[in-house]
Design a protein around this ligand. Structure first.
Ligand code: ADP
Length: 380
């Protein structure tokens, strides 16, 4: 039995940290269990682990449960000899033990235990197999995520409430400013200039609130993607149409070089938002032309927004997708930037299983690439 304890410790003590480690340590544990059976203090280690540890036999009976597991589920005694269902009455955990019989790698699941005070658990489970592949049971490690989830919910609530509370007075200020500006059409007066300043700063605040809310929703994973087949040429056309007036004012040419047949399974609204942020930046910070293009290779789809502007210094390229990072703070503010646009782009891309990166050299423009997995397919 102690050999299996060692296997559990090696395998799952690290499960909460990284699944790759879990796989590696499981192999190590199975290979070295015999040699390590005499390792001292194993029982103590299990007794003091904050995670609940459970070992089941090939027929799904509990062979071992550590004290943290018993505390987590309010069990007075170690539930040895019972099925998981009998011991903790959570059918998802029972199903996981069954499912692990046919799995060769680590499985991670999250459960919510309903009740007046719901609790959230993350479980990492792995089947134990002998060298010949015979199923020897399963190891499960339970992490209590309740505190983390509560903090996360609290954070979301605060962001939502604060944003809501800020929006209302802001729209009232904007309303009055617009009325006063209408009554003060002479652009040369001090009152007009001051009102224009109030209007600009109110707009900036409004953009900031919207971006903070968007980022908060994206980061909390609270936005389910509405996936459908999106024609990227048409999407880019929509983005460019919406920004044409701004581009014309700055004498920037907009080009859509996305082939008309490229389709990506994506959430069109979110992808629109990402592309919009990139093209808007190209107009704001770029040179004379902003081009959107797309290409497919090696099962990946690359959506690119390139400009011929001043480019981005190498040291800034690594940080450019960070929240509130700006190459030139004053210029970003002057142009109405919030410092959150690229962070939103990164999150939207990641939610689609992709990655965002920038290629740039000073004086030679910047190309932002959103690379998605092979979900992109050519329409016939
Ligand atoms: P902002 O609201 O300031 O535009 P972003 O997150 O969209 O925030 O961009 C972060 C910073 O990256 C910008 O402030 C700007 O300094 C730089 N940047 C973004 N796009 C470009 C671009 N196409 N060319 C040069 N610099 C850029």
């Amino acid at each position: 039995m102690t050999g299996w304890y060692v296997a559990i410790l090696l395998s799952l003590g690290l499960a909460g940290l990284h699944l790759g480690w879990l796989r590696r340590y499981r192999r190590l544990a199975l290979g070295q269990a015999a040699a390590a059976t005499k390792a001292p203090g194993m029982t103590d280690v299990f007794a003091h682990m904050p995670e609940g540890v459970l070992l089941t036999s090939p027929d799904g009976l509990i062979e071992f449960a550590n004290p943290a597991f018993c505390r987590l589920f309010g069990l007075a005694d170690e539930p040895r000899g019972n099925t998981v269902m009998e011991a903790i009455r959570i059918h998802q955990a029972n199903e996981l033990v069954d499912r692990l019989k046919g799995e060769s790698s680590v499985v991670q699941e999250e459960f919510m235990l309903p009740g007046l005070d719901p609790r959230y658990l993350q479980v990492n489970g792995v089947a134990i197999r002998e060298k010949q592949g015979r199923h020897r049971g399963a190891i499960l490690v339970f992490h209590d995520l309740t505190r983390l989830k509560r903090l996360e919910n609290m954070r979301q609530e605060i962001v939502a409430n604060v944003s809501h509370e800020l929006r209302t007075p802001l729209s009232i200020i904007k309303g009055y400013v617009e009325t006063l500006l209408d009554a003060e059409p002479d652009t040369g007066t001090t009152a007009h200039r001051f009102l224009k300043k109030i209007e600009n700063h109110s707009d900036r605040l409004a953009y900031l609130i919207e971006d903070i809310l968007t980022l908060s929703t994206l980061e909390s994973g609270g936005t389910g993607l509405e996936l459908r087949e999106v024609n990227l040429h048409q999407l880019a056309e929509g983005v460019l149409d919406g920004l044409r007036e701004m581009a014309d004012k700055k004498k920037v040419q907009l080009k859509n070089s996305v082939p008309e047949t490229v389709i990506l399974k994506a959430d069109s609204q979110r992808l629109f938002q990402a592309l919009n942020n990139l093209v808007e930046n190209g107009i704001k910070y770029g040179g004379e032309c902003v081009r959107v293009s797309a290409s497919q290779a090696d099962g990946k789809l690359d959506l690119c927004v390139a400009d011929d502007g001043p480019g981005i210094p190498a040291e800034a390229c690594d940080r450019i997708f960070e929240r509130f990072f700006r190459v030139d703070k004053a210029r970003s503010r002057e142009l109405g930037g919030t410092g959150l646009g690229l962070s939103i782009v990164k999150h939207i891309t990641q939610l689609h299983g992709g990655t965002a990166r920038v290629e740039s050299q000073l004086g030679e423009g910047a190309s932002f690439h959103l690379t998605f997995p092979s979900a992109g397919v050519e329409a016939t």
